[in-house]
Ligand binder design. Structure first.
Ligand code: DAT
Ligand code: MG
Length: 152
C-alpha cells in the first residue's frame, strides 16, 4: 500500500527572489516525496488572510501578510508517508536563527520574518491549505515506477 498523506509546501517570496526554488525542490525529490501539484503565483491579499487566519490579531500578522504577498510564491502539494512531519523536520524550526544546519531554514535563512518556506503543521491543516490554493482536479494522480525502491 503506497502511503498518501499530503502536505502543502510553499516557497516564499524570498526563496523565489533569491533563486533557491530549484535547490529546495531537489531536497524533497531526493527524499522520496512525490510532487502532485505546483503553482507559481502572486497570492491575493484575501487568500493570504485566509491561509494565515490562525495568526490574525498577533503583532506580526500585518507584516506577515505584506511579506507573503510581496512577490511570487511557489505553491506545491507533496505526498508520502507522514509527509507533514517529514517535511516539517526537513524545514527546521520557524526561526532560521534556531534552525539546525542541514534543514532548509537552517541552511538558507537568517531571520524569522523571511524564513524561506511554509509547510503545513498537521494533516488537517494540510487539507485546509491545499483547498485554499488548489482545486481538486489540479492534484495530479499518477504512478511512479520507483515506488517500490522508496517504500518497503
Ligand atoms: P511556521 O511557519 O513554522 O508554521 P507559524 O505558523 O507559527 O510558523 O508562523 C507563521 C509565520 O509567521 C512564520 O513562518 C514566520 C512568522 N512568524 C511566526 N512567529 C513570529 C514572530 N513571533 N514574529 C514575527 N514573525 C513571526
Ligand atoms: Mg504554521
Amino acid at each position: 500500500m503506497i502511503p498518501v498523506e499530503r502536505t502543502y509546501l510553499m516557497l516564499k517570496p524570498d526563496a523565489v527572489q533569491r533563486g533557491l526554488c530549484g535547490e529546495i525542490i531537489s531536497r524533497f525529490e531526493r527524499k522520496g516525496l512525490k510532487l502532485i501539484a505546483m503553482k507559481f503565483m502572486l497570492i491575493p491579499k484575501a487568500t493570504a488572510e485566509r491561509h494565515y487566519g490562525e495568526h490574525k490579531g498577533k503583532k506580526f500578522y500585518d507584516s506577515l501578510i505584506s511579506y507573503i504577498t510581496s512577490g511570487p510564491v511557489l505553491a506545491m502539494v507533496w505526498e508520502g508517508k507522514n509527509a507533514v512531519s517529514v517535511c516539517r523536520a526537513m524545514m527546521g524550526k520557524t526561526d532560521p536563527q534556531d534552525s539546525a544546519p542541514g534543514t532548509i531554514r537552517g541552511d538558507y535563512g537568517m531571520d524569522l520574518g523571511v524564513n524561506v518556506i511554509h509547510g503545513s503543521d498537521s494533516p488537517e491543516s494540510a487539507e485546509r491549505e491545499i483547498g485554499i490554493f488548489f482545486k481538486p482536479e489540479e492534484l495530479v494522480q499518477y504512478e511512479r515506477s520507483v515506488e517500490r525502491w522508496i517504500y518497503e
